[in-house]
Design a protein around this ligand. Sequence first.
Ligand code: NAP
Length: 263
Amino acid sequence: MSGAGNFKNCRSVMVTGATRGLGLQIVHSLATGDFSPGKIIATARNPSGATAQELQKLAQNHPNVHIVPLDVLSQESIEKAAEEVAHLVQEEGLNCLINNAGINVVADFQTVTAEMMIENFHTNSVAPLMITKAFLPLLKRAASRAGTGRSMGIHRAAIINMTSLLGSVELYWGERANSFKWYPYRTSKSALNMVSRCMAVDLEPDRILCMALHPGWVRTDMGGPEAPLSREESVDSILSVIGELTEKDHGSFLHYTGEPLPW
Ligand code: NAP
């Protein structure tokens, strides 16, 4: 059975940036699959906006989908969302946080500016850290309810940071160095990888799993029409990988196929 089946044992999953692309597909697959978790918390910076219409429809048809407003750039919005989610999950806490929201500010060595770097860093590297800090009490609550066993995974509490292969410092060399010369995006994902690694160390005592996942190159607004993977193909594989995570994957950087990637 696919690892996605393990979401059935998961009481709550939260996905940031759920209006479009991979975030929306994750919510769709979780809501419509026969492994649907208890509560799916789909966050959107503008839940009543034009880009959130598909998500609104999903929530109307699936009562376990809850839309929560969250602009990942605003600390006030993060704290409000944490309060709202605390109310939704109550004493069960939050089992799985997927930090998915992201942007790609395209700029090469000639065109990059300090503002572009900071904009991309704020959304892709700083926000997942601040969101995790704000939701930590809920993740800890879920982890402690899973009992005294040492096993890790989505049955207890897990943080998945949606990163990119393009953030791998090791892979950016030789022939590969001539493609995707995107300073803001690539460095923001390298920083997110280090954030994931640091959080994995800090959250280990609470047995909260933390890892970085590359979803593949996918046909979304960000990935573009030439990407080889459909959203469904990527998310089928992502959910299977997330569902099968155990303590051996704590602090890892994985490909959407489940293979480890070099940092
Ligand atoms: P996408 O289609 O551009 O969607 C991005 C999502 O992030 C949208 O829902 C967007 O919301 C949300 N978002 C952006 N800034 C936000 C903010 N300040 N507050 C709240 N939400 C915000 O991108 P995607 O392809 O689905 O990518 C999802 C994740 O996978 C990203 O982290 C990306 O870096 C990563 N990734 C994607 C690919 C790929 O090939 N597609 C490859 C590697 C990694 P709005 O609708 O409100 O703008």
